[in-house]
Design a protein around this ligand. Structure first.
Ligand code: GTQ
Ligand code: FE2
Length: 360
């Protein structure tokens, strides 16, 4: 903080110092905040709004050089290409017969399929076919193109670590010289090789940082959640499962983790906060999340962004049906750097006081 009364000599000194591109630590101390103070805000995009804009995009915008993907900009981040400080989420639409041109980039991507059966994404020569609820990976620098040879639109959520890669000045991008990258592997071949995480092929010597399994099918995910329905879950996240790298058991990507969590009927979970940001997609159910005292009432298809260190608690408002949340998180980065911290909210039995309800 600068003092109110500064002598002329002091002022003169500061001007001279700033002109030399130097600042005193005494001018910057307020940036050493006691705890994280993200510029990103908690925010929600409702399914109805997403759906209507995605439909309109299909009529208004062709798939040209770039993909037809609506990027979700966090209102707190001054028009930056970012949903959280480290990640971008987007909704992509591919109409019948369309192909999104082959390219690669250093940002890592995930796709979570929202609508349509039988579209595909090709990743380094392997076609991975999409069904709703599937998670598909595009590791850093892998060639990829998308195609829809079905008669219906295909829609999915993209998650990429673009803002992180930008902050690290490590962005590289290339188009492939043909519309599609050649197919060099049988379709879904990574599922054949690595689809059984508890039995790993011994002759495969590569240990890629990103999971060599490119498809995590909804069928398996849903089965795994269902099998745990009568287990005591976590007090803060209930039945939360992390998608894992089949060879290491760790996070499936170096910069992003993916979770799927089931909130049992009537579950009202406790509040906590942690470093690292997340974007949630509501796969099914009706519930609410209180984030820093604001109630976010959500339903199927809504997308919610959670900044680092924001207090949050989730509840499933249905007494009968489970709610399922998919999320992308930057936790692997924080963990790798020794910056991950979490804290349970101790007051009021672990629940926040609700000050207001979110309105877009
Ligand atoms: O589909 O490859 O939302 O490269 C942003 C960048 C999607 C993609 C996005 C991309 C893609
Ligand atoms: Fe891409």
């Amino acid at each position: 903080m600068t003092r109110e009364v500064a002598t002329a000599a002091e002022k003169e000194f500061h001007e001279k110092m700033h002109a030399a591109h130097m600042y005193g630590l005494w001018e910057l101390a307020s940036q050493m905040t006691r705890h994280p103070e993200p510029k990103a805000i908690p925010y929600m995009w409702k399914a109805s709004l997403i759906e209507s804009l995605v439909r309109e995009a299909g009529e208004a915008v062709p798939v040209g050089e770039e993909r037809r993907a609506l990027q979700l900009f966090n209102p707190g981040l001054d028009g930056r290409w970012a949903t959280t400080n480290t990640m971008i989420a987007a909704i992509q639409l591919l109409l019948p017969g369309e192909v999104a041109r082959a390219h690669r980039h250093t940002p890592t991507a995930i796709r979570f399929i929202m609508e349509g059966s039988g579209g595909y994404t090709s990743v380094d020569g392997e076609r991975v076919y999409m069904e709703p609820g599937d998670l598909i990976l595009t590791p850093s620098w892998a060639w990829h193109d998308h195609g829809n040879t079905t008669g219906k639109p295909v829609v999915w959520m993209d998650g990429l670590d673009v803002p992180l890669v930008q902050a690290l000045n490590a962005m590289f991008f290339q188009f492939y010289d043909k519309e599609q990258y050649p197919l060099t592997k049988p379709k879904n071949s990574s599922t054949v090789l690595h689809g059984n995480a508890s039995l790993s092929p011994t002759w495969v010597k590569e240990r890629p940082q990103s999971s060599p399994l490119l498809l995590y099918s909804w069928e398996k995910t849903y089965q795994s959640l269902g099998a745990l329905r009568d287990i005591d879950g976590d007090e803060w996240d209930d039945i939360a499962l992390e998608y894992t790298h089949p060879q290491t058991g760790g996070a499936l990507l170096p910069t992003m983790g993916c979770w799927v969590q089931m909130l049992r009927p009537g579950a009202r979970l406790k509040a906590h906060r942690h470093t690292g940001s997340a974007v949630y997609y509501v796969v099914q159910g009706q519930g609410e999340s209180i984030i820093d005292g604001v109630r976010f009432a959500w339903g199927q298809g809504d997308i919610i962004t959670l900044p680092s260190w924001a207090l949050h608690e989730h509840a499933n408002l249905s007494p009968r049906d489970p709610a399922i949340l998919f999320s992308i998180q930057d936790r692997p980065v924080l963990t790798a750097l020794g910056l991950y911290r979490e804290e349970a909210f101790g007051d009021n039995g672990g629940h926040q006081t609700v000050a207001s309800t979110f309105k877009a």
